[in-house]
Design a binder for this molecule. Structure first.
Ligand SMILES: [Zn+2]
Length: 171
């Protein structure tokens, strides 16, 4: 690729390393003409088609900001949200498609968010799935209860799994 400083048409890679837990490669490049250095970040392309039809690159920040509101007042930290966004990205990239609907992103958020915080999950799901009645909430809560019962019956109780009684989020 060409040099962003002097537009020389060739640059040399002087260092490559994986970034972002392996989902990207960062390359240090140097221009043989002007000697200046810059980095490039290489990721597999993934675009999101919004309901309006606008296409934009997938962004973990957008996932975080979409979920953050539902997590208000809940014991969910920025690290939790970053991890959730990573899980969502892994899930949608696993489909192999280069372009996905924003709805699929929302769908991929539901699973990890349910694991993270049930109240935040209900809030997010109520908006995302457009809950329109008490029955919708009841059905969602029933599903949560069933999952909880299945978990309790299954593996021995996980230490630190009780997130219900937490205080405010760490900001
Ligand atoms: Zn240059």
């Amino acid at each position: 690729m060409h040099c962003p400083f002097c537009r020389h048409e060739d640059t040399r890679v002087i260092d490559s390393r994986t970034a972002d837990d392996g989902s990207a490669i960062r390359r240090r490049r140097q221009c043989p003409e002007c000697g200046r250095r810059f980095s490039t970040l290489e990721t597999s392309s993934l675009s999101v088609v919004k309901r309006s039809g606008v296409v934009e690159p997938f962004s973990r920040e957008k996932v975080v900001s979409g979920v953050r509101k539902a997590c208000q007042g809940r014991p969910v930290s920025d690290d939790d949200l970053a991890l959730l966004a990573q899980q969502v990205e892994e899930a949608v990239r696993a489909s192999g498609a280069a372009q996905i609907d924003s709805q699929e992103v929302g769908l991929a958020i539901l699973g990890p968010l349910r694991e993270l915080d049930e109240v935040a999950y209900l809030r997010f799901a109520s908006v995302y799935s457009a809950f329109s009645s008490l029955e919708d909430f009841e059905a969602a809560i029933r599903t949560l209860r069933e999952a909880e019962a299945a978990r309790a019956q299954g593996a021995s109780a996980t230490v630190g799994d009780d997130q219900g009684a937490g205080t405010g989020p760490v900001r």
